[in-house]
Design a protein around this ligand. Structure first.
Ligand code: ADP
Ligand code: MG
Length: 350
């Protein structure tokens, strides 16, 4: 009974070079003041790639390190170690000043809070014009006006809203403006950090459909950060699961969410309401895990004193057939004997 152990390279999606590749990214934050030596490990050895025109969901509990990953990739935070390659170029090695504007023109971020991200003193037109101007995309007055109206149409807003102030718009409309502002730059990659979590349920689907349209029609690659697995399944080609700063499982969204191999993924999946499934959700276990995510001294799933998991980081195991690019990193994972399918050490899981 041997499993396939994957090499160090992240499985790349699509054809050719990935749009974005993250290798061995780690980040620790010092805590407790200047003289303190304490630190919190927010990310540890994360490998993740985004193919061209691909949406990858990054899912995990609050505090698991998702925003830190996006902020490191967007250069809002300096990683402790690792490489970030955009179009094959290591962005951390480029000269800071010269690199930052060029980088922003290739990669844009959309934040969770559409209320905080638009200055209330300006009309919508201002945000889009400014974005065009900063990145050298503004043309003649007429061409710029056409581009503004085109951007509004792309994100599903009426052109007369260019004259509105942010407070006159709903949360969903504001998030569409934030996306239009990112699109003005014509980026290859968009990092969207919980873009729908502050919106009414009724307008979330519209934003997800907009993101899907941008992937399909413009070939934009996206990292979609969420704690909502149902939206990951709906939107993302692949899903990566983050637990206490580490990626523990990754695969095509439909396959990963139907056949979760890591006990943490199984727990997340069990918390998604599904009338077809009964009674696997354990709120006490979930509360314990939330606490474990916040203080990752050891893996919260290693609950067996008879057979403790090794202190080493587990290797990655392929799950199922090689075609579905599904892997898991867990000492407890065992493929079924004589089968290429899924098998878990169930006794330790529940
Ligand atoms: P998520 O987005 O998944 O909720 P975060 O990336 O925001 O998680 O946080 C991951 C961990 O890093 C948490 O323990 C958080 O407290 C810590 N952290 C994030 N930013 C900072 C910071 N600027 N200073 C200290 N700790 C931080
Ligand atoms: Mg976050």
């Amino acid at each position: 009974m041997s499993s396939t152990v994957l090499g160090a390279a992240a499985p790349t999606a699509g054809t050719g070079q990935p749009a974005l590749e993250i290798r061995g990214l780690s980040k620790t934050f010092p805590i407790g003041g200047l003289l303190s030596r304490k630190s919190v490990r927010a990310l540890h050895q994360v490998d993740l790639s985004l193919g061209r025109g691909e949406i990858v969901a990054l899912v995990g509990e609050s505090g698991s390190g998702k925003s830190t990953l996006a902020r490191c990739v967007a250069r809002l935070e300096k990683p402790s170690s690792g490489e970030i390659l955009l179009d094959g170029v290591d962005v951390l090695k480029r000269d800071r000043f010269q690199a930052s504007r060029a980088y922003r023109s290739q990669l844009q971020m959309v934040f969770q809070d559409p209320f905080g991200s638009l200055n209330p003193a300006h009309r919508i037109e201002h945000f889009l014009r400014r974005s065009l101007a900063i990145h050298g995309k503004a043309g003649s007055a007429a061409a710029t006006q056409r581009r503004l109206e085109e951007l509004m149409a792309t994100v599903g807003l009426q052109p007369d809203m260019l004259n509105s102030y942010p407070h006159e718009l709903s949360g969903g409309q504001r998030q569409r403006v934030a996306i239009a502002r990112a699109l003005a730059v014509e980026p290859q990659v968009i990092l969207a950090d919980e873009p729908t979590s502050m919106l009414d349920v009724s307008v979330r689907i519209g934003i997800l459909n907009l993101m899907r349209k941008l992937r399909d029609e413009q070939g934009i690659s996206m990292l979609y950060i969420t704690h909502d697995l149902a939206s990951a399944r709906y939107l993302a080609d692949r899903t990566a699961v983050m637990f206490a700063g580490e990626l523990v499982e990754e695969g095509e969204s439909l396959d990963l969410l139907a056949n979760p191999a890591h006990p943490y993924t199984q727990l997340l999946v069990s918390a998604v309401p599904d009338p077809a499934r009964s009674g696997s959700y354990d709120p006490v276990r979930r509360a314990e895990l939330r606490a474990a995510v916040m203080s990752p001294a050891s893996c919260a799933f290693d609950g067996d004193p008879e057979q403790p998991c090794s202190a080493e980081q587990p290797v990655r195991h392929r799950v199922g057939s090689p075609d579905n690019r599904h892997w898991v990193r867990c000492h407890l994972y065992r493929p079924a004997a004589g089968s290429a399918g899924h098998a878990l050490v169930e006794s330790k899981v529940s």
